[in-house]
Design a protein around this ligand. Structure first.
Ligand SMILES: NC(=O)c1ccc[n+]([C@@H]2O[C@H](COP(=O)([O-])OP(=O)(O)OC[C@H]3O[C@@H](n4cnc5c(N)ncnc54)[C@H](O)[C@@H]3O)[C@@H](O)[C@H]2O)c1
Length: 246
């Protein structure tokens, strides 16, 4: 018996490195159907074709209410009300705040906060009706402690994800729906691969375990929060950062 035997899930931001690791982990844990979604300009449909028959891909922009409606339409068609929602979708931009403009702030808020809000809003009626469900939102160490590299708008949006997660847990956990966030530290993804060897070494040295995180490290935390192993855990922020910030 696997931890997620027969569970259904939605994973947003599923074409990114962490999103892919999350989908693969949920399938390994026994999920029976996973609806994967990402922006239309990504190759989410091709990526999903490489997974097993238990996945179905939807291309939609979740910062747009029409995109969230499209996700729910596909959800109703393919999996019904999901047991699990994992909001991996996000975006990061390094820029000095004084040099940034409102379009850049809005793009951080849309990608990181609005995507999570609209996906939660879409799935909650079904979860509340069944008095069951687990939602995992994606925060960041930047949202907890402030960003080390200049990305204040990103940090503000991720801080918003944390406040949203805790507030939503207060609202819906008495009705049986758990809401948590995972807060990754420096993870070896394309964003960090673009950094210089020195910057990567500094990020790795900041952790207590002496290495960058892997997408699989984050997926393991998501599997815990998604499953009944965390039945007594809600409104929390699980730090998966190698001890880089305590
Ligand atoms: N990589 C890290 O070191 C790190 C550290 C802390 C937090 N995080 C968070 O983890 C998550 C995944 O990170 P990643 O490195 O895999 O990033 P990524 O950019 O590879 O993946 C994020 C995905 O979200 C999608 N997305 C963005 N806006 C969207 C929208 N409006 N609608 C639908 N999808 C949208 C993107 O297309 C992308 O595929 C993000 O939320 C990120 O902020 C990552």
């Amino acid at each position: 018996m696997q931890r997620l035997d027969g569970y259904t899930a939605i994973v947003t931001g599923a074409s990114g490195a962490i999103g892919q690791a999350v989908v693969e982990r949920l399938l390994q844990e026994g999920a029976s159907a996973v609806l994967v979604t990402d922006l239309p300009q990504t190759n989410i449909v091709e990526i999903a074709a490489g997974w097993d028959a238990h996945t179905h891909a939807v291309a939609s922009d979740l910062s747009d209410p029409a995109g969230a409606r499209e996700l729910m339409r596909a959800c109703n068609e393919y999996i019904g009300s999901p047991d699990i929602l994992v909001n991996v979708a996000g975006a990061w931009q390094i820029i000095d705040y004084v040099d940034s403009d409102e379009n850049q702030w809005m793009s951080m808020i849309r990608a990181n906060l609005l995507t999570a809000m609209s996906a939660c809003h879409a799935v909650l009626p079904g979860m509340l009706e069944r008095h069951s469900g687990s939602i995992v939102n994606f925060a960041s160490t930047a949202g907890e402690y402030g960003s080390i590299r200049p990305s204040a708008a990103y940090a503000g949006a991720k801080g918003g994800v944390i406040a949203f997660t805790k507030s939503l847990a207060r609202e819906v956990s008495p009705e049986g729906v758990r809401v948590n966030a995972i807060s990754p530290g420096p993870i070896d993804t394309p964003a960090l691969k673009a950094a210089s060897p020195e910057q990567r070494a500094i990020a790795a040295a900041r952790t207590l375990v002496g290495r960058l995180g892997r997408p699989e490290d984050i997926a393991a935390g998501v599997a815990y929060l998604a499953s009944e192993d965390s039945a007594f855990v809600t409104g929390t922020v699980l730090q998966v950062n190698g001890g880089s910030l305590l």
